[in-house]
Unconditional design. Structure first.
Length: 445
């Protein structure tokens, strides 16, 4: 009976999604299975090339800066050129730049190509999220985003284990394997995924045009971006502040590896069943709860004195990550006008990219000047602020049970809801009453 129930649960979780989604999901999995460079980049620079930790940090920062810059540009490309062309350009550029990085030796050349890798790899995020919103029914989106996030973490877990063995054989092989597997993703997209961008009526195109200014003037959505940035700052500490703090407390890299491995194992094991549990629950409650769990999960780290206790704190904030990632992505889709999904997703992606830049500086300064306990206390404060922010924001969201946002991007507080084009079916959004961000080095494509 338990086996039969489990099989039925899996069948219900994966059923009803379009074929195009599964090709996109497969592309995501293949991409993450080949993601070796993010795992061993710091070791490659310090051990293989003999550069300092400071230089390795600079390269990581430039990689993150490339992602910040490409977020908005890729969002514009997604809306103007289409989802498929943007994905093809991003994946092909990533494959070439990653392979090229393996042959760079001069420090300036390494830094410059790492910047290009950051730009190229991050450019696929807005297109993937927009395409997923286009091809999946609104009532299935939370489930689809969860399955995609599950694929990301499954691929990342496997590639992280494989990266160590590949690095022992040849670092260059890791660069070339990642480039090759990313190129496979581009081929899959070219062969199997049609363009999904909604066709815009020529008579209303100029009236309903969505530009970056539209996104920036959308106060409600920008509030979500700001709250996403706060949550991302907290989650980043699991891979930035936590290893530094454990090292200063006398724990070994292996101890940190054992503790953080819980994160990937729990996501792979629990993402699908937790998604079934949260799929039809209140979005405000889920976002508030996940923000508080994240903040206080890291806050509890201040009391950890053994690897086992560190692992328990990882369990707490990993549960927050499992709930937050698909729920927040679904909220972003709900707030995005159909013909502006690329730009809106680009701005949302940028919140995580900026957090990836700020988090290392924040954790380093706080730990050096005040101690790790202050960092964990600050995480609790930031998580609380984010939870309060989501609670206040979601109270002001109007119920949208029978339609998506108008094409002008204006809805909600004082906004005017646009009528759907005559030949376009209204779309049911099952995200709020009915129902992230990725790890460092983890993209959503």
């Amino acid at each position: 009976m338990p086996y039969a129930r489990a099989r039925r649960a899996v069948r219900e979780t994966v059923s009803g999604l379009p074929r195009e989604f599964w090709w996109l999901w497969t592309s995501t999995l293949v991409n993450r299975l080949g993601a070796f460079v993010a795992t061993f980049m710091a070791l490659y620079l310090t051990l293989e090339r003999g550069y300092s930790a400071t230089y390795a940090g600079l390269v990581a920062a430039l990689h993150g800066l490339g992602g910040v810059i490409s977020s908005l540009g890729a969002g514009v490309m997604t809306d103007r050129l289409g989802r498929r062309p943007t994905l093809l350009v991003a994946q092909a550029s990533t494959a070439l730049s990653v392979a090229l990085l393996g042959f760079m030796h001069h420090p300036v050349a390494i830094a410059a190509v790492a910047f290009l890798v950051g730009m190229a790899s991050n450019a696929s995020r807005p297109a993937v999220q927009a395409m997923m919103a286009d091809i999946v029914r609104p009532e299935d989106r939370i489930r689809a985003f969860s399955l995609n996030y599950w694929a990301i973490n499954l691929g990342f877990a496997v590639s992280s284990m494989a990266a160590g063995f590949i690095a022992e054989f040849s670092y260059l092989a890791g660069f070339l394997i990642e480039g090759g597997m990313t190129l496979v993703c581009a081929v899959l997209i070219f062969l199997k995924l049609p363009e999904s961008r909604p066709v815009q009526d020529g008579k209303t195109g100029s009236k309903d045009a969505v530009g970056l200014g539209t996104v920036l003037r959308d106060g409600r959505f920008m509030s979500v971006v700001g709250l996403s940035f706060l949550v991302a700052l907290v989650f980043q500490q699991g891979f930035l502040g936590l290893p530094v703090a454990m090292g200063e407390a006398g724990f070994t890299p292996a101890d940190y590896g054992m503790a953080i491995a819980v994160n990937g194992v729990l996501i792979v094991a629990l993402q699908i069943p937790v998604t079934r549990f949260i799929e039809h629950r209140d979005t405000r409650l889920l976002l508030v709860a996940s923000s508080l769990l994240a903040g206080y999960g890291f806050g509890l780290t201040a009391f950890a004195g053994s690897v086992g206790v560190f692992a328990l704190t990882v369990c707490v904030w990993t549960l927050a990550e499992i709930v937050n990632a698909p729920t927040q992505t679904g909220l972003v889709v709900r707030l995005s006008p159909v013909h502006g999904r690329g730009r809106y997703q680009g701005m949302y992606t940028m919140s995580w990219s900026v957090a990836a830049l700020v988090a290392p500086l924040l954790s380093g300064v706080v730990i050096d000047r005040y101690g790790a306990e202050w960092l964990w206390g600050l995480c609790a404060v930031v998580g609380t602020v984010a939870g309060v922010g989501y609670s206040a924001l979601m109270r002001r969201l109007p119920d949208e049970p029978n339609g998506e946002r108008g094409e002008s991007g204006e809805s909600g507080d004082g906004g005017t809801k646009q009528e759907a084009p005559e030949n376009e079916e209204p779309v049911v959004v099952d995200v709020a009453p009915a129902g992230t961000g990725p790890k460092p080095g983890v993209t959503t494509a």
